[in-house]
Design a protein around this ligand. Structure first.
Ligand code: ADP
Length: 504
């Protein structure tokens, strides 16, 4: 029996390292220390593969949030981070990236236990993604210099002017449960490179890897108080963070609904805000593509991470001349995506993250059927003892006004439709309040570039889907977000510009 969490961990097929992480005392990481909460409430960690409770963590109180913000404020204001030589900051961030690499196997397992994603996928995608992001952003610490700029209205040599780029200050960063560690690293890396200090709040469904990240941050040499990690519910701890007067910037990834709420609250005090929100991304297959390539390719676009991806290709549009063959190959590809327990090495798709998410996705499927959609494959849950498994699902015979076509389902459900010409499919693809990403499958260069220009989305993929690179800006048009992460823009989003004008 584990004294701290009252969970019998012996019954689970976890490694010793994972059991140790699960058995840790529920605490918060504030000012470089592990501290107890001022309240007694805890949140349960549920393994979505079994539906069983495997650990507990703190539900932070208002006082806890205030302590974390105060620590970040002090750490910013006294310059212990932002005033360091940039190379010192860069070196510590590279060290943190290396530490993530040294713990890759444990982190992948914890992610699988917490989120339900296959451990193999976490090991192949999430953890290397974290390491790459951290190394990439580390480099910006030494490259975000002051810019020279000449005034236009003064005689030459009479004024000295320059533009300083300075860190914004204290950043509150709130992340979701679909890529828990990757989202956490994606948030802290640019903030730290820019010289900001941080309070990070992981999602209440998936906090395990963020807590391990705190251990690695302490080990990396990053000074106390620069990163504070607090766990807790969104409507309480998250909301307190967003409202806090000592927070200068809020960065959020999550649902459009909560993003809008956060934007309203944060902009009331003119905090800087970056939002990465939902999507309903179209994937367009043109007639020249081999359906044996397009079928599995577009299936991966939706079923990777059980469809719990903001850029999931959830609306498939195939040209009417190839629709039937693409659909046939797509349906065949669902064999590869049969859901299995996250620690089953044969699995490519796991369960959904939670009971709530399971009910939501099954509700959408039922709603689609009631509205007249037909199920080409899936539409149900496999027989299992516990766990939140949904079979890969393809809905056809859908109409543009159905909820399954318009709303983000965030599960392994795609709606497949036919189209006739490029203008028509561009109009259909853009007929959404979202604008995060879109996919185009064709070898016809002219059609590819024409469509890429017409589609209103922050990322366009050609003959692939979901490829993310730290050097390329990522973000949404329309209700999919505000601002861009990654690339130069991603780190500049943690800075303010200051013009200095001196008469000589
Ligand atoms: P999902 O709907 O996918 O669960 P959410 O947008 O609800 O995603 O949650 C994403 C993150 O936002 C989580 O860390 C959650 O705790 C946090 N959150 C939820 N509601 C609020 C809120 N009102 N204020 C601040 N953060 C919130």
């Amino acid at each position: 029996m584990n004294q701290m969490t009252n969970v019998k961990l012996e019954q689970f097929p976890y490694s010793e390292a994972a059991k140790k992480a699960l058995a840790r005392k529920p605490q918060l990481f504030i000012d470089g220390q592990w501290v107890d909460s001022t309240g007694g409430a805890a949140i349960e960690v549920i393994d979505p593969s079994s539906g069983k409770v495997v650990s507990r963590f703190v539900d932070a109180t208002n006082d806890d949030v205030d302590r974390a913000v105060a620590a970040a404020r002090r750490a910013f204001d006294d310059g212990r981070w932002s005033d360091l030589p940039p190379i010192a900051r860069e070196t510590m961030l590279h060290k943190l990236a290396d530490l993530l690499g040294a713990h890759a196997d444990e982190l992948a397992e914890l992610e699988a236990i917490d989120n339900g994603k296959p451990k193999g996928m976490a090991a192949a995608i999430d953890i290397p993604g974290c390491i790459g992001m951290m190394h990439y952003m580390a480099g910006w610490a030494t490259k975000l210099g002051t810019e020279a700029s000449e005034p236009m209205a003064m005689p030459r040599g009479t004024f000295h002017t320059y533009v300083r780029r300075e860190p914004i200050g204290v950043a509150a960063q709130i992340v979701p449960w679909n890529f828990p560690l990757l989202m956490a690293v994606l948030k802290i890396a640019p903030a730290l490179a820019a010289g900001c200090t941080v309070i990070l709040k992981p999602a209440e469904q998936t906090s395990l890897t963020a807590l391990r990240l705190a251990d690695l941050i302490a080990e990396s040499g990053i000074p106390a108080g620069v990163v504070n990690i607090i766990t807790g519910n969104g409507h309480t701890a998250g909301d307190r963070l967003v409202r806090h007067p000592d927070v200068d910037k809020v960065a959020f990834t999550g649902s459009t609904e909560i993003g809008k709420l956060i934007n309203k609250t944060a902009t009331d005090s003119l905090k800087r805000v970056t939002l990465e929100l939902g999507g309903k991304s179209p994937v367009i297959v043109l007639p020249d593509v081999d359906p044996r390539v397009a079928g599995p390719g577009t299936a991966q676009a939706i079923f990777f991470n059980s469809g719990q991806v903001c850029v999931a290709g959830s609306r498939l549009y195939a040209h009417k001349s190839v629709f039937d063959q693409v659909l046939e190959n797509f349906v065949e590809a669902t064999n590869f995506w049969q859901p299995r327990a996250s620690l089953d090495p044969a699995g490519h798709m796991g369960p959904l993250v939670s009971d709530e998410q399971f009910n939501r996705v099954m509700g959408y499927i039922e709603d689609g059927k009631k509205a007249g959609a037909s199920v080409a494959v899936g539409g149900d849950s496999p027989a299992s003892e516990g766990g939140y498994y949904v079979n890969p699902t393809v809905l056809v015979d859908v109409k543009p006004d159905m909820r399954v076509v318009r709303e983000e389902i965030f599960g392994p459900v795609v709606v497949a439709q036919r189209f006739d010409d490029l203008d028509e499919v561009a109009r259909q693809a853009n007929d959404t309040r979202f604008g995060l990403a879109a996919g185009i499958w064709t070898k016809d260069l002219s059609a590819m570039h024409k469509l890429a220009a017409k589609l209103k989305a922050g990322t366009i993929w050609g003959n692939c889907h979901g490829v993310i690179d730290p050097a390329l800006p990522f973000g949404g048009y329309k209700e999919s977000g505000l601002g861009r992460e990654q690339g130069r823009e991603g780190v500049e989003a943690y800075t303010e510009l200051k013009s200095v004008i001196i008469q000589l």
